[in-house]
Each structure stands twice: as structure tokens, then as C-alpha cells.
Design a protein around this ligand. Structure first.
Ligand code: SF4
Length: 411
């Protein structure tokens, strides 16, 4: 039996009841079919094979999405999730000047902001009162922050809202904070855990490739440092997410290597709760608006096919290692994020309440989605919706009737 015939016998790839239904399976490329067959058999695919998947076109893309949908179903069942969370960006003052960033301001900018501890605690309280189980705290690298600023944020929130899960501080902030406090990464992270840190966002990963990172951030946080900080967190038992920012000056080989590295890290210490593809938002990003001056061939974000492939190939590459692939409604828009739920993703992320980072780069998808709307979005993908906590423990399951009879916010 040749590879395509074998795949034809797999009901997974052929049960075409979703938007990626393949009408004529004979058109799937032989190489692609072989790789998908390997993945469906539970065998790991290599980075080289992932590059081939990322370069797929036409009907092959649909086959890859179906394969990812099947692997999603096998890993986490027919459910997709969201979390009620509030973003608190405590300062937008930052001296780093990453070229892709539209969020940071200089100290003298009229829009520069540094929230007081009381304001941060008040925002956490408001979030708790609206049903949030998590606050996500990140900020710019403010040059004048006192060494104890990060720990004081945690203490202020925990004093006000003791049960709130605090998901906070990117590896870049950990590097900056540990230098300020003159502590090793491990000692600094352990102190933050003792002050109430519950998990860390794996942002600032961008693309874990030396050449690309040098152009994006002048290598201010190297790939090695990102990995070292995340590994330190995992060794201390602190869960983190993992991200990728794609669709700028990068390509398939960088994506495959990045996801391959995340997979290896997960094999070593565990600790990643989810993988979050983040498409580059170009509108007001200096990386794009100043691309001629920078002499960089910067793309205006990923294409539609690249978005599908990124979520699908992530699921396929990370199968058996990271169960949760998140589709970011902030980057993709809610309608498009729903499509990713049938291309490998199983989570729509947070309701957010105050999304600012993507909006600062010209993102157009708003600052909040209400829980009821999250449920409706998930149900459009014909999956069962549930609300989760930060670590993917289910908190509330929703039926279609509940939503039909629910007039407003569920919380
Ligand atoms: S991405 Fe983060 S570190 Fe870089 S300039 Fe923006 S706020 Fe600063």
C-alpha cells in the first residue's frame, strides 16, 4: 500500500466534516502525505520535514490542517478553552528599542506611563470582581525601576487579591530584573515565586535564531539567554508558555528550528503549558514603517496560508510534548482565530480586558472579548467550550443551551 493509499485508509485525514475538507485526496503531494502518515502514526517529524510542511501549497495545506485537527482531537478531545484574564502593562517606558515594537515610549513622551503599586492592585481587584482568575503582568524595561519593583508588584497584588494567579514577567524582564537585583536568574526567579509568581509568559522569544534576532533586537536578549531563563524557571517548577513571532524577516527554516528547539527544551525539563504562535502586526511597527531606512525586506505580517500552517505544523511537531496550541484572537482577529481551532489549535487565550501591546503596533481587533463571546466563538468551530485556569484545569463547561439563554456576561 503506498503512502497516499494508507492515508486514505485513515479516517482521520478523510473524515472531511470541516472547512479544510479535501475533495480529491489523490492530489496530495507524495512527500507531504508521507510526513503526515508518520505524524498520524505517532512518530516525531524532523525539522527538515517541518520545513517541507511549511512550504506546502494548495490542497496539501488542507491535508496538513486535517492531520493537525486529528492530532488535536487525540490529544485534548473535542473541546477548546479560554481563560478570563486581565493584561496589566505596568509601564510602557522602555529603553531597549526593539525594532518590531510599537508599544515602548521614552520617559519624556507624553504617553509614557508607569502605574503605581496601588493602581496595579486595584486593576487586579477589578479583574477578580469580573471573574478573572489570572492577571498577566508585563512592562517595558524602564531604566529607573528599583531593584525590588518586580517583587513589589507581586506582593501588592497578592495582598489585595490573594487567590489571583499571577502570570508575569517575560524572560527579557527577568534578565533585566536579575541584573538590577544582582542575583542569578535562578535566585531572582525563586524570590519572585516566593512573592506569589504563578507562571511566566514565554514572550520575547520572537524567533530563536541568532541572525534574525540580531536584526530584530540587536540580540539584546540572545536565544541562549532566553533558553537559560526559561530552563531556570522550569527547573524551579515554574510553568511558562512558549511563543513565536512570525511573518516579518523570517521563513520556514527559522520556524522549524524554533519549534524544534522548544520541543527539545520540553523533553529536557517539561514546564511549557502551551505554544502560542503570534503573527507579526506591522501597521505601526518601526520594523515595518522604517524598513527602507533599516534596509530590511520586512513582510507585512504572515499570509493566510502561513497562519494556518503555523498552527497546524506546531501541533504536528509538538505532538506528545505540548498539548495546548493557542490561537491568538488579538493577532488573528476572532473570526480567523476560530478557523485555527480546526487546524491544530485548541485554545483561544484570554479575554484580556486591557490589551495594549498589539494595539500599539496598529492591531485592530480590540482590547477585550467577553466570556460569552469566547464561548460562542468556540462553538462556531463545532467544539465544546470550557473556561480554564492558567494551567489548563477546567473551571466551567458550557452547553449550547446555556449560551442561547444567556443574555450577558457569564461571570
Ligand atoms: S519589545 Fe519589550 S523590550 Fe523591546 S522595546 Fe518593546 S517593550 Fe521594550
Amino acid at each position: 500500500m503506498n503512502s497516499i493509499s494508507k492515508i486514505k485508509s485513515e479516517d482521520s485525514l478523510l473524515s472531511c466534516n470541516d472547512s479544510y475538507c479535501i475533495k480529491d485526496k489523490s492530489k496530495i503531494s507524495f512527500d507531504i502525505a508521507e510526513i503526515l502518515e508518520q505524524a498520524l502514526a505517532g512518530d516525531e517529524i524532523s525539522e527538515q520535514q517541518a520545513v517541507l510542511l511549511f512550504q506546502a501549497e494548495g490542497v496539501d495545506i488542507k491535508a496538513i490542517a486535517q492531520c493537525a485537527d486529528t492530532l488535536r482531537q487525540r490529544s485534548v478531545g473535542d473541546s477548546a478553552s479560554f481563560v478570563i484574564t486581565r493584561n496589566i502593562n505596568f509601564t510602557n517606558i522602555c529603553y531597549m528599542g526593539c525594532k518590531f515594537c510599537g508599544f515602548s515610549k521614552s520617559k519624556n513622551d507624553p504617553d509614557a506611563q508607569l502605574l503605581s503599586m496601588q493602581e496595579i492592585a486595584n486593576r487586579a481587584q477589578e479583574a477578580w470582581d469580573r471573574g478573572a482568575t489570572e492577571v498577566c503582568i508585563q512592562g517595558g524595561l524602564h531604566p529607573d525601576l528599583p531593584a525590588d519593583h518586580y517583587r513589589n508588584i507581586l506582593l501588592a497584588i497578592k495582598q489585595q487579591v490573594p487567590k489571583m494567579h499571577i502570570h508575569a514577567f517575560s524572560p527579557f524582564e527577568i534578565m533585566f530584573g536579575s541584573q538590577n537585583a544582582k542575583l542569578s536568574y535562578k535566585a531572582f526567579i525563586q524570590d519572585l515565586i516566593d512573592c506569589g509568581l504563578g507562571s511566566m509568559p514565554g514572550t520575547a522569544a520572537e524567533i530563536l535564531d541568532v541572525e534574525i534576532r540580531q536584526q530584530l533586537t540587536r540580540d539584546k536578549l540572545t536565544s541562549e539567554q532566553w533558553c537559560e531563563i526559561i530552563s531556570a524557571a522550569h527547573q524551579l517548577g515554574l510553568p511558562t508558555t512558549a511563543t513565536i513571532m512570525y511573518g516579518h524577516i523570517d521563513g520556514p527554516s527559522h520556524w522549524a528550528a524554533h519549534i524544534g528547539l522548544i520541543r527539545e527544551m520540553q523533553k529536557q525539563h517539561g514546564g511549557f503549558t502551551e505554544f502560542v504562535p503570534l503573527g507579526f502586526v506591522h501597521y505601526e511597527s518601526p520594523l515595518y514603517t522604517e524598513r527602507k531606512k533599516l534596509k530590511l525586506a520586512v513582510r507585512p505580517g504572515p499570509t493566510a496560508n502561513e497562519n494556518i500552517l503555523m498552527h497546524a505544523v506546531s501541533r504536528i511537531m509538538l505532538n506528545g510534548w505540548i498539548d495546548n496550541i493557542q490561537a491568538s484572537w488579538v493577532k488573528l482577529g476572532p473570526d480567523y482565530a476560530v478557523q485555527m481551532l480546526r487546524a491544530g489549535a485548541n485554545d483561544l487565550g484570554g479575554t484580556l480586558m486591557d490589551e495594549t501591546i498589539t494595539r500599539s503596533s496598529g492591531g485592530i481587533h480590540g482590547e477585550e472579548i467577553l466570556p460569552t463571546d469566547m464561548v460562542k466563538l468556540i462553538q462556531r468551530s463545532e467544539l465544546k467550550a470550557y473556561r480554564r485556569d492558567t494551567l489548563y484545569q477546567p473551571l466551567e463547561h458550557f452547553s449550547a443551551q446555556l449560551i442561547a439563554s444567556s443574555a450577558g456576561c457569564l461571570v
